[in-house]
Write a protein that binds this ligand. Sequence first.
Ligand code: F6P
Length: 350
Amino acid sequence: MFRIGVLTGGGDCPGLNAVIQGIVIRAAQHGYEVLGIEDGYKGLLYGKARKLTPKDVEDIYWLGGTILGTSRKNPAKSEEELKTVIENIKKLGLDVLITIGGDDTLGAAKKLYERGIPIVGVPKTIDNDLSLTDYSVGFWTAIETIADALHKLHTTARSHKRVMIAEIMGRYAGWLTLIGGLAGGAHIILIPERPVDIDEVCRIIKERRERGEPYTLIAVAEGVTIPTVGELVAVSKEKDEFGHVRLGGVSKILEEEIKKRTGEEVRSAVLGHIQRGGTPSAYDKVLGLRLGFKAVDLVKEKKYGYVVVVNGMNILPAKIEEVVGTVRKVPDELHELTNVFTGLYTAPKQ
Ligand code: F6P
């Protein structure tokens, strides 16, 4: 029987199980068997996999996380490991591998494809920074979570007349912070695509106080660079197998700077992994199922080396090398939206 292997790699997010359910159902409709690889590429390195039938995946589409487990294992870290992974793909009898992941996972899938493994990719990342896809699985659920958190920070900021800072994930792109900040009504939104001007931030805070709005909510991306620091702020400088440090801590630095310059009471909160948890939104459930279906349809067409991407209302195939390798940044035309809730509706005095 034709056998599809499926794995989820990199950071987990809500909507992964919907993709898995979509794949397994569609595969059964086409008469294919599915083998679920455990813990991302780690499972391929150690040959850990289990059969997935439609019964096994019944109603998992609304569960957060991934039933297969995940890891940040890079299968192409060494030539030796890459060889073992390719050998295990053969030993497991996989005719094709569907990899669900972000830039790291799909980038590694591209390397396997270049070594002759038939690959289909599915885009997943709350960071929403993959090229050629409007959205990736997990993004809109994370936005809901961020908006909810910001609303909660809003009420406490207002009661205490404080400046409240929320630090938001997204690595080197500002999608989560911009769209989440808008959905949650942040007065100031700071994203990696633009330099941070702390004087301007303090000016807005002061002007809001003078106008009778003595509180300010700031959404800051974990990947912004504060001029006084001059580099990305990381929890740990230790790099993972794909070469990323763990970002985190920029909100604390911003808190100190604003306190020092304005004398305001400032608090900061790192939203952290809560942004990747919980039940998928309706959008991510439906998107996950659709992407899963389409991925198997590409398998049927033997269209390998492609990723299924969101293009408006459609799910289309895009070449894997055009989806990975560059961080898709927030375009300039969206940046103006960072000013929607500053509360300063008249032009500043010249
Ligand atoms: O790529 C998704 C992401 O959540 C980033 O926004 C964040 O910087 C990173 O993963 C955190 O990774 P980990 O789960 O390994 O701490």
